[in-house]
Ligand binder design. Structure first.
Ligand code: NAP
Length: 238
């Protein structure tokens, strides 16, 4: 059965840019009731100005108390999408800063788990959770062992949570290299070179767009028979 998302309440944690924002736009077009969260107030205000029907809330997913307060005030809702992360934890293992990797875990693994736990009491049982992981979990690319650990840890929990939380559904979308602000730790020249390099490793010959990942997220939310699944959206990255 396909879920009609019209008027359904959907929270997108990390919805002020990139994949989360593309998902918000797609779901707004379905007349869903969207709340996005993020930490940078100016990004939230920009989105709110462009899409006045959406709610934009300042919320740090690494702060448990703020999460609990937000979800108790938000009340019952149907779907949670989680697109939060930092960008630390990448690089060759021999020189990888373990302090950076810890930060990477804090910003993505722990922030995502905290968000799910805080949301659970308010999620309707016929609803869903969709978390955004990364194809680094399985692509076996040199320089991504730390990112693989963060994202693999999340992905390995998904099928187990599907059993524990049933009938509430939980899935993950695992993107490849996508052109978003996530890459802004690189200067323009390095970003261009990195994207060109990855394009050669992707079967479709290019990096991805946030709208393509948003479409994958939409499939998982709307198809009520998909559960406990990790859906790759990486153009065939090898
Ligand atoms: N882009 C890629 O190539 C790629 C590949 C694989 C996986 N992913 C994953 O895709 C997800 C979305 O990333 P993206 O590429 O769309 O990057 P992005 O444009 O940087 O989006 C990240 C979003 O999360 C928010 N955010 C980050 N930390 C947060 C926190 N602690 N609390 C609340 N909001 C937070 C950001 O807003 P603020 O900065 O205002 O907080 C922003 O709205 C991430 O989990 C990332 O790891 C991305």
């Amino acid at each position: 059965m396909l879920n009609n998302l019209q008027h359904q309440k959907i929270v997108i944690a990390g919805g002020s840019s990139g994949i989360g924002l593309a998902t918000a736009k797609l779901l707004l077009a379905q007349n869903a009731s969207i709340t996005i969260t993020g930490r940078d107030q100016s990004k939230l205000e920009k989105v709110k100005n462009e899409f006045p029907t959406l709610k934009a809330v300042h919320l740090d997913s690494s702060n448990t108390q703020s999460l609990q307060k937000f979800f108790s005030e938000n009340g019952t809702f149907q779907h949670l999408v989680i697109a939060v992360s930092g960008a630390k934890g990448g690089g060759p293992f021999s020189t990888l800063s373990l302090a950076d990797l810890r930060e990477g875990f804090e910003a993505k693994f722990w922030a995502q788990l905290q968000t799910i736990q805080a949301a659970l009491p308010y999620l309707q049982k016929d609803g869903s959770i969709t978390t955004v992981t990364a194809t680094s979990s399985s692509a076996r690319l040199p320089g991504t062992s730390g990112l693989a650990a963060i994202n693999g840890s999340l992905e390995i929990m998904v099928p187990i949570l599907a059993k524990e939380l049933q009938p509430l559904r939980i899935n993950a979308v695992s993107p490849g290299v996508i052109d978003t602000d996530w890459w802004n730790f690189l200067n323009e020249q390095d970003k261009k070179a990195t994207f060109e390099q990855f394009s050669k490793q992707v079967c479709v010959g290019r990096i991805g767009k946030p709208e393509e990942v948003a479409n994958a997220i939409f499939s998982l939310i709307s198809n009520t028979y998909i559960n406990g699944t990790i859906l790759s959206c990486d153009g065939g990255l090898k």
